[in-house]
Design a protein. Structure first.
Length: 134
């Protein structure tokens, strides 16, 4: 009977440690989503950052995607060698890069290129203005 009690106690302790671990995982995932959202917001509200993304055509988006994939490959290869602080820093850097990239991609999808002087934007706004005046 005592063995059953000890087994039950050890299983409940194991469950609680798994629960705590998963709570920490979800907390870090939420923090990373927050970093991504804040970065995306500041990128979308800054014409200078958007211009940095769009000024060279496809060069910057391609470089940014290579940097993101390179960071993922590096983290996957070196995860057992990195300290907890370094891994956290790289994880947050990845989140910020994804926020920058996603914000610029959404701007491109919504507004053409996202730049104020884009001809597609001018034509669309003229068409909308003409519809309201008629």
């Amino acid at each position: 009977m005592q063995d059953l009690h000890n087994d039950t106690r050890s299983m409940s302790m194991a469950r609680s440690s798994v629960t705590i671990f998963m709570q920490q995982v979800y907390l870090w995932m939420t923090a990373a989503l927050g970093v991504t959202a804040v970065t995306a917001y500041f990128t979308a509200s800054s014409p200078a950052l958007l211009a940095l993304f769009f000024v060279n055509g496809l060069l910057m988006p391609i470089l940014l995607m290579v940097a993101i994939f390179g960071l993922v490959i590096y983290l996957s290869a070196a995860i057992h060698k990195l300290s907890a602080g370094a891994a956290t820093g790289f994880f947050l850097l990845y989140s910020a890069l994804m926020g920058f990239w996603l914000s610029a991609r959404v701007q491109r999808r919504i507004r053409g290129t996202g730049l104020p002087g884009d001809r597609r934007n001018v034509r669309r706004h003229e068409r909308v203005r003409h519809d309201y005046q008629a």
